[in-house]
Design a protein around this ligand. Structure first.
Ligand code: UDP
Length: 323
């Protein structure tokens, strides 16, 4: 099988490339390195089954060739990270909507099965927990630009489902809940690499809000395994599936855990939201997935504990800091 991964030099994309190459498949990635990095794929460049294009997915000629040559597509190229999205809104909206439009349009030309990586942000500020795939999305007003990310990803989902229903393009939509692990950067706001790097440098660990907001963190390896099982299963075509862990932790407890696991001297510093983000920013208080659908479809059951995840990230960050 020949797998095409858009955003393949990114955090999740590079782990997915690892998985397929390990299984003996051929992998091509396309990445414009806007948030991905060559260091994520450095170890793959010698692999005979690995090919890469440093190019934007908006280049139709290149995309047409890559899609015509592959068997399946994982569309992971997107604007990611709350801070990046808030600071570069036009770019984020355009990348998410126009990029997905490009991928689906060409995928449909060659009828190539496509998995779209969506996000739990699509649930917005819904307050019914856990979030299950048929629940309503609840967004704030358009004047508050933080909702543009959720809306742009919701449009991606609508478009993919429309291709499935109207044009019989096989698609799979995954909604990811805080995927973490080695190679994730804290540069765009992601909390675990942020806290780990702060702790390792004995700098203040910056907890936003009151720290009582909670998240569930899932190891990237388990997310990639789920992607591959979802892609294989014909029953999943035209479906939206939550992928993540359902073990919750508050951000304050996460900071304490990271401080203790690293033996850090860092203080834990509480920073009000209006100092951390632009005025009017609304954080999600909880983000808890119902993962029963993934369990039913592919036997999905995340097993890697938060402590194991953190050990993995800590050793990666230590290596990076000493390099
Ligand atoms: N967060 C924090 N300090 C940081 C970065 C993030 O307290 O330096 C918080 C953030 O406000 C949110 C949680 O950690 O409540 C998870 O943030 P992340 O950006 O990793 O993911 P998301 O908000 O998309 O769940």
């Amino acid at each position: 099988m020949h797998v095409l991964i858009t955003g393949g030099a990114g955090f999740i994309g590079s782990h997915l490339a690892d998985l397929y190459l390990f299984q003996g498949e051929k992998v091509t990635i396309i990445d414009d390195l806007s948030t991905g990095s060559l260091s994520n794929i450095e170890h793959l460049r010698v692999h005979k089954n690995f090919h890469f294009a440093i190019e934007t997915i908006m280049n139709e000629t290149v995309m047409d060739r890559l899609i015509s040559e592959c068997d399946v597509i994982f569309h992971l190229a997107a604007a990611v990270g709350v801070e990046l999205i808030i600071n570069h809104q036009v770019q984020a909206i355009e990348t998410n909507i126009n990029g997905t439009d490009m991928v689906l349009r060409i995928a449909n030309r060659y009828k190539k099965k496509t998995l779209i990586a969506s996000t739990s942000e699509v649930y917005g500020k819904a307050e019914k927990f856990p979030f299950s795939e048929t629940d309503d999305s609840v967004f704030g007003p358009t004047i508050n630009s933080r909702w543009s990310y959720a809306c742009s990803k919701a449009i991606d989902e609508f478009l993919a489902l429309a291709y499935y229903k109207e044009k019989k393009l096989p698609v799979v939509i995954t909604r990811l809940f805080n995927t973490v692990g080695p190679r994730q950067t804290g540069q765009y706001g992601m909390v675990i690499p942020r806290f780990v790097n702060q702790a390792l440098k004995n700098e203040p660990i910056t907890v936003y809000g009151d720290g009582q907001q909670s998240r569930c963190f899932c190891h990237v390896k388990e997310v990639c395994q789920a992607f591959s099982l979802l892609m294989e299963n014909p029953e999943v075509e035209g479906e939206v599936v939550n992928i993540g862990s359902d073990q919750e932790i508050t951000i304050l407890d996460l900071a304490k855990k990271i401080k203790s696991l690293t033996g850090s001297l860092s203080e834990i510093r509480i920073i009000p939201y209006d100092q951390a983000y632009a005025k009017g920013f609304e954080d999600m208080n909880r983000r808890l997935p119902d993962i029963s659908k993934a369990h039913r479809l592919i036997g999905y059951e995340p097993k890697i504990s938060l402590d194991q995840i953190l050990e993995d990230v800590i050793s990666y960050c230590k290596q990076q800091l000493s390099a």
